[in-house]
Ligand binder design. Structure first.
Ligand code: ARG
Length: 615
């Protein structure tokens, strides 16, 4: 594996060197290199520098160009076997003091050839990888998953892949909601109706992401409908029958006290829910491992100590019987501070105590350097208070920090939070099934030409449908709300995964048609404008990934891939591949096709989206 220096960073370095040669007083100023429409790159840094040095920007820019030309001449005369081939073909001052830079065609093809030779496409590992614990895909036991859980799962899974690709050690935590007073009523009901969760043999197909510990005699949908029925029935009884209510409350006490029978019943709810969760994750083409499912209950043994430490260090104080943490800037409408309650006045622990304990576990036992929470933006205040509390307690500090990757609400076509016509939460499974159905129809229609088998149509329909749902979620900035619009999602044109998948499949079909002609880089050839634009974009992949991995913005990877497919479309329109003028040009264009396909496939894989070979 060899990482490849991108043309952007080679040029950036050359200009930075020339800058400090021409203007020693500038120190190590950033040339602020950007891709440009007029040339390949534009350096904008001289403007700010001139202001700072009170010089004339155009004049400074001219001096930088001379320094660069002098350095090039020196390198050229130093001997015929120059180690650095000329990268910069042309550099000129433009506008108020920009530099326009054009690189050589040879440098583009040689850089891309180095990428093609590497299984990681020349993308370097992060210089200082750490350990990130990522909290994502956290549904709630005995409850239906909703579109919010979909977002957390999709965005979280993409961040896992992206971070791992940069060499970060990633530990996954699915903080499922598996604890709380609602279990008193559920367990009590099950005790009184003991056969409600029984599995009749032969009642369904085996499912389960990795099957670990999951009963496979019942399918996910059945499991969820059993739970739903039980939830509704116990709720109705709880609301109408005072004695049942009282028995349920006692049951909560027994559960918290660790009573064995109660605990065994609780476990049945967790197991039944996992059958359902895993079936949804399976459908989402997502791997979730049982060992990473550490729900709220996983921190029960730490709650008391967490509260004791917070109280002893004075981070938390007693207020009206509850243990609370206060913040200057968190106030209610009445102007009074609203505390984070870590222990209620009745002695119960809530969501915050669990999250604070999880932080201690992740920092102290898992050795995390970053805690990343992929959670709905509506929980931002909770995390702000929890993080600040953890900082005051010293669990978070200069070495370990926590970030919420907050995401917005999924809206219906009408722009209102996504609900059914009856105003109910939309079942995630129904949405996914519909997406797959629509995608399968699209694939089938197209397949008349490509002659896919029925089995391929079904499999591609799944990959296209699920890809469409994931891409729609990942292609807009996470904090923004987005509209769940299946028509738009499975459209062949526009910023959709379907468009990207078709671009990939089209390239694969070109490569197949090339028969015995193999892709080969031909650095001696002159490139057409569309070839240069495509090549320069391919070369940016590593920089985009590095940025996405530090800013936690997977939508920037999606945007990069969309642009990549668009550059490819233009290239394919303007540059015949198999009918190019010379055999060398055919090889070189096949080489560009192949590297584009690999980059698309790698990028889509990081987003959790498959690239079918034929569509
Ligand atoms: N189960 C929660 C929900 O459905 C999300 C959990 C988020 N993670 C956490 N550490 N609090 O809203």
């Amino acid at each position: 594996m060899a990482s490849v220096t991108s043309l952007a960073s080679t040029v950036d370095e050359r200009i930075a060197d020339a800058l400090s040669a021409a203007l020693p007083e500038a120190g190590s100023a950033d040339p602020l290199l950007r891709r440009s429409d007029r040339a390949d790159f534009q350096a904008n840094g001289i403007l700010a520098l001139a202001k700072q040095l009170k010089g004339n920007p155009r004049e400074l820019a001219t001096r930088v160009v001379s320094a660069l030309t002098a350095a090039d001449a020196a390198a050229g005369s130093a001997g015929s076997d120059r180690t650095v081939p000329a990268v910069i073909k042309d550099i000129e001052v433009s506008g108020p003091g920009f530099l326009n830079i054009t690189v050589t065609d040879r440098a583009i093809v040689e850089t891309l050839a180095a990428r093609a030779a590497d299984s990681r496409l020349g993308v370097p590992y992060a210089e200082q990888p750490g350990t990130t614990v990522i909290d994502y895909a956290q549904p709630n036991v005995a409850k239906e998953m909703h579109v919010g859980h979909l977002r957390s799962a999709v965005i979280g899974a993409a961040m896992v892949e992206i971070l791992e690709f940069t060499g970060e050690k990633v530990i996954r935590r699915h903080h499922i909601g598996d604890w709380g007073t609602q279990f008193g009523m559920l367990i009590q009901y099950l005790i009184e109706h003991p056969h409600e969760l029984d599995h009749r043999t032969g009642s369904g197909a085996p499912t389960g992401a990795d099957g670990a510990g999951a009963d496979t005699s019942v399918d996910g949908e059945t499991a969820m409908s059993n739970l739903n029925r039980l939830y509704k029935a116990s709720r109705a009884l709880f609301d109408s029958d005072e004695e049942f209510k009282a028995r349920s409350r006692d049951r909560v006490v027994a559960l918290q006290a660790g009573d064995e029978e109660t605990r065994a019943f609780w476990q049945r709810f967790v197991d039944e829910s996992k059958i359902y969760f895993y079936s949804v994750f399976d459908k989402l083409d997502m791997e979730i491992h049982d060992a990473d499912v550490v729900g709220e209950s996983g921190y029960n043994h730490m709650l008391e100590e967490t509260c004791r430490i917070l109280e002893e260090t004075g981070v938390a104080v007693r207020s009206e019987g509850a243990l609370c943490v206060f913040f200057e800037d968190v106030k209610g409408p009445d102007g009074n501070q609203v505390p984070l309650i870590v222990k209620k006045s009745n002695g119960g622990y809530g969501y915050a105590a669990t999250d604070l304990s999880a932080i201690r576990d992740r920092v102290l036992s898992l050795d995390a350097t970053t805690l990343l929470y992929v959670v709905d933006a509506r929980q931002s205040l909770h995390f702000k208070m929890v993080f600040e509390t953890a900082r005051r307690a010293g669990w978070l500090n200069d070495r370990v920090h926590a970030v919420q990757l907050a995401f917005g609400t999924v809206l219906g076509k009408d722009g209102k939070p996504f609900k059914t016509r009856e105003g109910e939460t939309v079942r995630l499974v129904d949405l996914l099934d519909e997406a797959v159905d629509r995608a399968t129809a699209v694939v089938r229609e197209k397949a008349e030409k490509s002659g896919l088998s029925e089995r391929e149509i079904t499999e591609n329909g799944w990959h296209v449908g699920i890809g469409a749902v994931k891409y729609a979620d990942l292609s807009t900035s996470a904090v923004r709300d987005y509209k769940f619009d299946l028509d738009q999602m499975v459209s062949l044109n526009g910023d959709t995964s379907v468009y990207l998948q078709y671009a990939y499949a089209r390239i694969k079909s070109i490569l197949r048609k090339a028969g015995g002609t193999r892709p080969a880089a031909r650095p001696e050839l002159a490139l057409a404008p569309a070839e240069r634009a495509l090549g320069l974009h391919v070369d940016e992949f590593g920089e985009v990934l590095a940025e996405v991995a530090t800013s936690y913005e997977p939508h920037k990877l999606a945007a990069y891939l969309y642009q990549l497919a668009s550059h490819f479309t233009t290239f394919y329109d303007q540059c015949p591949v198999l009918k190019a003028q010379t055999p060398a040009q055919v090889e070189n264009r096949l080489f560009l096709c192949d590297l584009t396909a690999r980059t698309l496939q790698q990028g889509l894989a990081l987003l959790g989206i498959r690239s079918p070979e034929r569509l």
